[in-house]
Unconditional design. Structure first.
Length: 294
């Protein structure tokens, strides 16, 4: 297959990433010494060379909050020089009183098509990012997310299964805004209880027709590229959401901690292949092209 769209990748300069300098901070993807360095677009393109990946969507990487526009400018300059990425999901702090001044600044960068602020919370502190599980329905967050539609922006929604009832409230009250569930809802393990909660969470969010999901970061909690786990997630996600609401994302360079781009893509392609050509076309190209307008 050619013309694959990678709907979730990163590039960065180490000096701009607070979590890549100074003391090591526990992360859900485990030890990350190997990526505490620059990851330039040239290395990303070398990682996926010859694999048929023709477009990519950059997703914010937690620069210092006040540098959200610096990040958008940095990636826009890379795109002007290399043609990659085709779209940018920038950072905006939707927990402030009024996010519009930030969105006004982002609007000057044509490749910005959406924003992400990570709202996931877990009882395991290592997995936690948001200050509380309820931040997803905080009144300020809800008001600011409602403002995205005025800018034509989507919202990359990152939640754990226990938050998805609240997530449905946020998604449901913004029917004209596209929401993209990051890492397909973050299945934390193959334990029966975790799997059941994750599947129920997907069924909950599936009620909102403006909800899409990204098949990215599927090695995050396993800390390896496991084709069986990836196939399991594909099977459940296609059954619950349908392939026309799903898209592939490499999550590179995070997945590079334990695998090559070729091996990650091979596992994803094998998982999709059992569902037929239409599902493959949706997951690897059509959904991302439609939602991110690339």
């Amino acid at each position: 297959m050619t013309g694959i769209v990678d709907a979730h990748f990163h590039v960065w300069r180490q000096a701009d990433q607070p979590w890549l300098v100074g003391p090591m901070v526990p992360r859900i993807f485990g030890p990350y010494e190997a990526i505490r360095r620059d990851y330039p677009i040239e290395e990303y393109l070398a990682d996926n060379a010859g694999l048929g990946v023709s477009k990519g969507v950059y997703v914010q990487t937690n620069w210092a909050k006040e540098n959200f526009e610096v990040e958008a400018r940095f990636v826009s300059e890379i795109a002007a020089r290399t043609g990659w990425p085709k779209a940018i999901v920038a950072y905006a702090d939707v927990s402030v009183d009024d996010v519009r001044p930030q969105l006004d600044r982002l609007k000057t960068y044509p490749l910005v098509c959406g924003v992400r602020m990570q709202l996931h919370w877990h009882e395991n502190a290592t997995f936690r990012f948001a200050p509380s599980a309820q931040q997803v329905i905080d009144p300020k967050v809800r008001k600011n997310v409602q403002r995205l539609n005025d800018y034509g922006y989507s919202f990359d929604l990152q939640l754990f299964p226990s938050q998805m009832e609240d997530g449905l409230q946020l998604v449901g009250e913004n029917p004209d805004t596209d929401f993209i569930l990051t890492h397909c809802g973050m299945l934390t393990s193959m334990d029966q209880r975790a799997v059941e909660e994750w599947q129920q969470g997907l069924r909950t969010l599936a009620k909102a027709t403006n909800l899409y999901a990204k098949l990215s970061g599927l090695g995050t909690f396993e800390h390896r590229n496991d084709p069986k786990v990836i196939a399991f997630i594909y099977d459940a996600a296609i059954r619950i959401l349908g392939s026309d609401r799903l898209m592939f994302g490499s999550n590179f360079p995070i997945e590079k901690l334990w695998s090559s781009y070729a091996d990650v893509l091979a596992a994803h392609r094998a998982a999709a292949a059992t569902h037929g050509k239409e599902a493959e076309d949706n997951i690897f190209r059509r959904t991302a092209e439609r939602v991110y307008r690339v």
